[in-house]
Design a binder for this molecule. Structure first.
Ligand SMILES: Cc1cc2nc3c(=O)[nH]c(=O)nc-3n(C[C@H](O)[C@H](O)[C@H](O)COP(=O)(O)OP(=O)(O)OC[C@H]3O[C@@H](n4cnc5c(N)ncnc54)[C@H](O)[C@@H]3O)c2cc1C
Length: 487
């Protein structure tokens, strides 16, 4: 058995060497043969330590997987998940009814269809069905939520929770990572997955780069979960499908180009080595987020153009707002709220970075924005009138949570950025990665933003993290089951 595995390793690693040109066959063999014994084999390896990766690793361990490891190419855990505001969507009639909200899986699916068009109904329904118990599961892992259920930015119904103390999704990551440590899940940071190959029928091999020593080595696992996030930061790949999204369009994860955005689509290429299919690669969410916007919920802000006039229903879907901004000069706008609104978790950082400003009067704000004070005052007065009368305005807006009249006014400029990629690996409801003919790749699972073809051309607010939660849990459970059947 060992000899057969060892010999097939020789073939596989020779192929790695040829494909990547990074390591000679002799190097790979020398580094790998000592690991090719039962003790060196993992049950489940999770590539990526964002929300999807953490949910998958914990769920694999809780489902009986013996040896579970998470790896990440970055020096910190969390990926984009650690940057997210923390809005997480769910449907749970009981939980929502306690706050007077009626909802159902059917309504969620319909809303998702209104937002995204040609959704994958089976996957959307499955995500919605498992969302309520997913929230319970997060709580069982020690995650606490703020009590209020709200309608998130880009959402169509009050069905979102956020982290306790408005501490952002990094709080989920910290709690889940503590849980991983408690469960004995190993984490290797600065460890990049470079290659993925079938070692033998029930065994996959990952080729890893240890960035601290710049050395490559191999690990074997019965199951592998890809949770590597999206591909918005891979300029060549995104421009292959959307040529207009050139280097001038930043990502919301890295608006000023100060960091290394990890969303380079590595999981797509890894899975492709085993024949995986990519779907909906041209579907991407454009969002104005990292400039002047400062609320995680809708109904308490207005958007104005360079003349100080409103131009869109600020409570509409993300895609609708993005299209309206794209028509404005400079593809940018101003966001305005006042002292009364509940500012999001990132407001302090945005004020420090100079993207959000405070003004003591509308005249002062207009002067700093370089727009007509008369026009801006008229815009705000008209908005306040609609808000007080609670009637639909000329843009179709019906949600007015407050007037905007209490100084200081908070405002900032926003422009369109690439937020999320909706295309990626084709998966089924068990998070198994599929080939283009619909057959599944044994032992390979995908969860979170790396999985595509679910939401159509836009997704509801809070469903990015929800997808990570539901698919991550499913992938972990299925990966553990596959590993136990393969031992
Ligand atoms: C600023 C911002 C705010 C957001 N706010 C919200 C929100 O409030 N609600 C919501 O639902 N969604 C939100 N989103 C979207 C949501 O955060 C993402 O869709 C989600 O976090 C993706 O999680 P993930 O686990 O799939 O990937 P990530 O969290 O991005 O994790 C992927 C990890 O994989 C690692 N990795 C990649 N390639 C390799 C490799 N080859 N080897 C090893 N490791 C690798 C990366 O380093 C990274 O750590 C927001 C996104 C941003 C950028």
């Amino acid at each position: 058995m060992f000899r057969r595995r060892w010999l097939s390793a020789i073939g596989a690693f020779a192929l790695f060497g040829l494909l990547s040109g990074r390591n000679s066959f002799a190097d790979a063999l020398a580094q790998t043969s000592p690991k090719a014994d039962e003790a060196g084999i993992f049950d489940v390896i999770v590539v990526g330590t964002g929300m999807a990766g953490h949910c998958a690793a914990i769920s694999a361990k809780l489902s009986g997987a013996r040896r579970v490891m998470m790896i990440d190419k970055a020096p910190l855990v969390g990926g984009h998940s650690a940057l997210a505001s923390g809005s997480i969507a769910f449907v749970d009639a009981k939980r929502q009814a306690a706050q007077g909200i009626e909802d159902s899986v059917e309504k969620f699916v319909n809303d998702a269809r209104t937002a995204g068009g040609d959704i994958n109904e089976e996957l959307v329904r499955s995500i919605a069905l498992h969302s309520g118990c997913g929230i319970d599961w997060l709580q069982a892992q020690g995650v606490r939520f703020a009590p209020n259920i709200f309608r998130a930015y880009g959402g169509m119904h009050p069905r979102c929770l956020t982290a306790f103390g408005n501490s952002g999704a990094r709080y989920y990551i910290f709690r889940l990572h503590e849980k991983c440590r408690e469960l004995g899940i190993e984490t290797r940071l600065l460890t990049k997955a470079l290659g993925l190959h079938r070692f033998e029928k029930n065994l996959l091999a990952l080729r890893l780069l240890d960035s601290r020593t710049n050395s490559e080595y191999m690990v074997q696992s019965r199951s592998i979960v890809l949770a590597t996030g999206g591909f918005g930061a891979n300029l060549a790949l995104r421009m292959r499908y959307r040529p207009e999204l050139d280097h001038e369009v930043p990502t919301t994860a890295n608006p000023r180009g100060l960091a290394e955005d990890p969303a380079t689509g590595d999981g797509l290429f890894l899975a492709q080595m085993l024949g995986a299919d990519w779907v909906d690669m041209d579907r991407m969410v454009m969002l104005s987020y990292w400039g002047g916007r400062m609320l995680d919920y809708i109904g308490a802000e207005i958007y104005v153009d360079q003349q100080g006039c409103r131009f869109v229903d600020e409570t509409a879907t993300t895609a609708h707002i993005a299209r309206a901004i794209a028509r404005l000069a400079g593809r940018s706008m101003f966001v305005i709220t006042d002292a009364k609104s509940d500012k999001g978790v990132n407001v302090g950082a945005k004020i420090a970075a100079g993207s959000i400003h405070r003004s003591n009067s509308v005249t002062e704000m207009a002067s700093e924005m370089k727009v007509s004070a008369v026009e801006l005052q008229r815009t705000i007065d008209e908005y306040n009138k609609c808000a007080l009368e609670n009637r639909q305005d000329q843009f179709g807006r019906r949600i007015f949570l407050q007037t905007i009249d209490q100084p200081p006014f908070y405002w900032g400029r926003e422009r369109l950025m690439l937020h999320t990629t909706l295309g990626g690996l084709k998966t089924d409801v068990k998070a198994r990665v599929e080939r283009s003919d619909g057959s599944v790749i044994s032992g390979l699972y995908a969860a979170g933003e790396v999985a595509g073809g679910i939401w159509g051309s836009d997704r509801l607010g809070g469903t990015g993290l929800l997808q990570c939660l539901v698919q991550g849990r499913t992938a972990g459970e299925e990966a553990a089951r596959h590993a136990s059947q393969s031992r």
